[in-house]
Ligand binder design. Sequence first.
Ligand SMILES: Nc1ncnc2c1ncn2[C@@H]1O[C@H](COP(=O)(O)OP(=O)(O)OP(=O)(O)O)[C@@H](O)[C@H]1O
Length: 770
Amino acid sequence: METQCPNTATIRRNPHRKARPTPSNTAAPPIPHSLSALQDIPSFPMDDILSIQVAQNPQPNFPTSSGEAGVAENLKVFLRIRPLKPLQGPGKFGKNGDQTSKLSAKNVWPQNPSTKNTANEKNKKKKCEICITVNDSRSVTLSPSSALQDLKRIKSEVYEGFSHVFSADSSQDEVYETMVNPLVEDFLGGKSGMFAALGPSGSGKTHTVFGSPREPGMVPLVLRRIFKQTGVSGSETSRSFYISMFEIYSERGKGERVLDLSPNGGDLFMQQSTIKGLQEVIISDVAQAESLIGRGMLKRATAMTNTNSQSSRSQCIISIRCALEKSEGEADVQSNNAVLTIVDLAGAEREKKTGNQGTRLLESNFINNTSMVFGLCLRSLLEHQKNPKKPLQKHFQNSLLTRYLRDYLEGKKRMTLILTVKSGEEDYLDTSFLLRQASPYMKIKFHNVEEPSNLICNKRQFQTLPRFEQPKRFKFSGLDVYAVSAKKLKEFEPVEVLVQSPKASKSNVDDNGPLKPDSFNLAERERNSQIMQGFAKALWNVLKEYKDKLEVAENVIHSLRDDLRIEKTRNLELEKQLEDLKSSCSCSNSESRANNSPGLVGHASNFHEGQHDTSLFISLLFRYDCVSVTGSRLSEVVVSSPQSLAMVKNDNCSIMELNQLHNEKDENLLDPPLSLNENEAFTRGCNVGNVPETESNLNSCCKRLNVEKPKRRLLPASSLLLRDIGGLNFEDESEKPKGIRGEKKLAADETKRTQGSLSLLHLLRSNLHR
Ligand SMILES: Nc1ncnc2c1ncn2[C@@H]1O[C@H](COP(=O)(O)OP(=O)(O)OP(=O)(O)O)[C@@H](O)[C@H]1O
């Protein structure tokens, strides 16, 4: 039997994203041409100014407290190469063959019993080829194996710029003196600092940090240094040191946890960048401190992997805090809290190499993730320093370790890194990855490094010298200034000298010679003034540029204002003309008004009885409010609007006929009649026939009237006119309501008369009777 395939429907859980609508092309409102010049004014380049890299002191020959050159502002990155075969090497790890080698193969600190005696056999099969060679104290060359070179065409790479490269045969003491001691000196001087060991698994981070009984690492060496320095007791002030130790680990991949590694410590939690409940143990001597560290190491999570028989599975952080406590009469206040932080990171692991599975794999993920976040923080800091427009990313939030070390990872406190690498041929990829990732960190700068939090800590190192009596201040003016002798000027020199280190104090004070201001402070001041100068220069240039642009803008504004003023006057003129026009067009019975607009007076006398009688014409003029009576005689009726003429033209009143009439019957004509051409042009200019005329036409028309024909009077009325007037029965019409003004209405009811016409007719009649 044939089974039918059911209709299948594909349900897309994540529907296609709709493409974002492209930004509409609606054009921006047009910018006036005069303003377009202002468009290219850039925004204030504050970011550019801030990104100006002020050169460091070109001759950093001033000694820092650490005795190093002025590069102290850069993040120091050291490189340490682990010996290829530490297990078999004679001398350093013991001369007594396997037994010594076996001992040295393990960390000196007590091992976690669960992972004891579980060395991996694979580690013993090491090849003799090396991938990294030291060029000089600051650079190395990394070369892939010949197989890799052939296969992937990878070439040798040179990495340079390290603060120092420790070769495979370097000792712990060498590392301490070069790298850690400056930090310790700063720490004792009141500055916080941190150093961290980074590198792949088994590269020697824990060895460097903690070392072995034969070769104590940085932590025991720091402790020895601290107690050697502060061994003097019974003085006015005394310093106390507190130590705390904890690890950040991940239990089976279930998030990060913090464990206090001090003897009675337990699980802790972190609030922002602070670990709550972390125990600080006061330490009084080296032995106590080392014992404390040893016990902490026992608690630390370690495990065997293919790369390390005792691989750290957590990030371990040791903090030593220095506190100055006053006694005997002085306020009992802890006034200094400089902290020296030492970090032993768990080494990044490649799954292929370690062969981790299950819990180890989960740990690997946690370790790699933390290393990655740590690296991201530093990269972000570097990019932010290169280009301040790029914000400092908050990668530190992504792991507890970076949250705890936030101040260091944001460049607020001084930090030093030591990269540990293995030199074996098979370690090429790990080494290459680390160097590529970490070598750019050398460019990180610490501009705002924390200054000694409280100088009272250095009270012993202060050399307060007797003050010279301050001379009275004189007011100098003009040439008096030059009269001040060099001797007097010397009196103003500073007399209090801060000595940063015991060495410096010795060299400055013991001689009893002239006092020199502390060179470190001088250098700092010089650098600060250099920065300020650079900033002021940049600011000056920007301001200058903006001043120019402001001037351009002001010119544009001036021209715009002029334009506006011209436009306003034009507008006023036009309004005035319009007013005149309106006033001249409106029917005004007052003579004065008619006289005010003489330009609009037309020649009513040019009209002659034609198809319509004159009375009708006059009434028509009244009807359209275009006529006024200037005297008691009909001859003084004036036409006050070009519309009147237009109307007349529309009524088929022949201009020619009017002219003829004018020539024949009126010898008192004041002005010669208009010629035919003139009349035609005149009427054409007035837009004859179109009652609603435009202003421009009216203007031109009125101007023409004004210029050519100022004012004309009508001739005495003809006998026909008298007859017509006499025959008109206007008595009755006066009682009738006024007709609606309009041409059509007029045509329909010509016999109706307006009030104006009636009054005119009355006037005419009375004249006739006289
Ligand atoms: N510079 C060195 N000289 C002699 N032996 C070294 C040196 N560096 C490391 N070792 C040895 O190499 C082995 C691995 O070192 P270590 O445990 O310090 O590596 P690690 O980087 O801490 O590894 P992980 O990240 O897995 O903890 C140890 O037995 C250690 O003694």
